[in-house]
Design a protein around this ligand. Structure first.
Ligand code: ZN
Length: 246
């Protein structure tokens, strides 16, 4: 049985399916999936403050994001005293400043020492984002997009029974921000920050890239490849360099 011995960040464009694969990997490995946007939303509600701009490159915002996330990871660890708890993080780090703050202020056991990058082109992310729905009956995600482009073969996905039993007109809802203009803007912001983050993991020999051409049918292969990579992953946590250009 594979055991996750590092904190792993799942990286990829909005619409690449990182939440989807992250959830499946977490279930399979029996580790938590830590979704940064959810934690920050809860934090904002509790403190009745405005929700944080996750993508912001500003120091104060990055410090706040990294601080809220570290508090959350500590709480998780305290409720699990039997062994070090490793997790999969979705949505952190998003900027190199966040990496720097993590390295300077987080105890080493909470730091992220691996990046699993889902390599998915913008055209595919765009279609999948446009096809995203939430089924209010099943309380689960539906994706109506059928992407057939080149090597890509991503049929629609539904929760069990949903496509037969639920009514797309009334039961499936679309997020207000899953419209083309906002999707394009999200992708553009993502690409502004992406390369230095990939570079950070790459230069530390801690990056694994996977292209999930067949969506959910690629999951087992993705998992096995990721397990093999993680088992061979030898990081010296204290020596991970934040290597920026120049
Ligand atoms: Zn349903």
């Amino acid at each position: 049985m594979f055991r996750l011995n590092h904190n792993l960040s799942i990286l990829g464009s909005p619409g690449s399916g990182k939440g989807f694969y992250g959830r499946l990997l977490a279930q399979h490995w029996k580790v938590p999936l830590v979704t940064t946007s959810d934690i920050l939303k809860k934090h904002a509600e509790r403190h009745s403050s405005k929700s944080l701009d996750l993508e912001s490159g500003k120091l104060a915002d990055c410090q706040l994001v990294a601080g809220v996330l570290l508090d959350y990871l500590r709480e998780q660890q305290q409720s699990n005293s039997t062994r070090p708890l490793h997790c999969i993080l979705d949505g952190f780090p998003r900027t190199t400043l966040q990496i720097q703050i993590m390295q300077e202020t987080w105890p080493v056991e909470y730091q992220i020492h691996g990046g699993l990058h889902l390599n998915v082109p913008d055209e595919v992310c765009r279609e999948k984002s446009l096809g995203r729905r939430f089924c209010t009956i099943c309380q689960d995600f539906v994706n109506t997009a059928n992407v057939q482009m080149g090597d890509w073969d991503l049929p629609p996905t539904y929760p069990k029974l949903c496509s037969k039993a639920c009514n797309p007109e009334t039961d499936w809802v679309q997020r207000k921000d899953d419209v083309l203009a906002i999707i394009q803007a999200r992708l553009a912001i993502h690409h502004e920050h992406e390369e230095p983050i990939l570079d950070y993991f790459r230069r530390n020999n801690a990056l694994y890239q996977y292209t999930p051409y067949k969506g959910v049918r690629d999951f087992d292969r993705l998992r096995l490849c990721a397990e093999e990579w993680l088992q061979a992953l030898k990081v010296k946590p204290d020596a991970m360099m934040l290597s920026l250009e120049g």
